[in-house]
Design a protein around this ligand. Sequence first.
Ligand SMILES: C[S@@+](CC[C@H](N)C(=O)[O-])C[C@H]1O[C@@H](n2cnc3c(N)ncnc32)[C@H](O)[C@@H]1O
Length: 293
Amino acid sequence: MSADKVFHSRSQGIPSEGVKDQYADGKAARVWKKYIGDSNQRTKNYRDFLTGLLKKHGCVRVLDAACGTGIDSMMLVDEGFKVVSVDASDKMLKHALKARWEKRKDSRYDEWVIEEASWQTLPQDVDGFLPGASFDAVICLGNSFAHLLDEYEDQRTQKMCLKNFAKVLKPGGLLFIDHRNYDAMINSGATPGHSIYYNCKYPVDIKTSVLVVRGKPELVALDYCIDATDDGLITEKSEFRLCYFPHRLHSFTRMLDDAFDNRAQHSIYADFQPLERVDNPAYYIHVMQKALN
Ligand SMILES: C[S@@+](CC[C@H](N)C(=O)[O-])C[C@H]1O[C@@H](n2cnc3c(N)ncnc32)[C@H](O)[C@@H]1O
């Protein structure tokens, strides 16, 4: 289901990568920095979870496949990882490039690579600017993968993109990929305003709309309203809409296993904790370890 058939979700702008970009009008990209809060202050649970597993598995070279404004990447650069960051939205990348410029006196940032790429053509795109590169880990976090809607109603593009993530990983490498708890959102029609990733200091209200086509939930539209009126710069509430494919835990798990030819070790976490410890998580985080041969 293409969002534009039902909802007006984005401007007419198409980024240079050519794939559909819900951030193309620059509205969400501008407000995103308010939503994600101080880039030096990722939630401790998230930082410990991600960097802990990366270090445990000896990962050095990490591809952030949905870097957006660069917030996850900067956390990893600060922790000493060699980071390559890509995104399909030039409107989002603009903020990451600016952040790198602002850190130019910090030598850890000298090797931070930021390029345009889309998941649909990831191996070719990466090969274009880093010939022959492969990674110890790929991350696609912050509910990013669900941005990819299901235009052909058979999830073929999503399957291809997951295979592309597997392709750019070294044998034994890790893929971290997440999605909101769409099972709960479909049942309740509500989305928690607080994110487990970000330290947003403003009140966030998220209106949830679920589009059901022929009895099947095909699309979730979230209308974010961030009340940042008291920071002296923004004079009105910031609102933007993003549309998502509502991945259900069971079917996403199967699709991921297939993308790795059913040979990867697959661990699932709920809000960064073991699955059985959290009753109704906001997010599911999948960690795939690619087979060694
Ligand atoms: C929710 S933002 C998350 C960014 C960042 N990880 C964070 O937590 O702030 C999702 C990002 O995925 C990117 N994205 C969506 N579809 C993409 C695609 N097909 N290829 C590459 N990036 C894509 C968007 O441009 C956007 O920057």
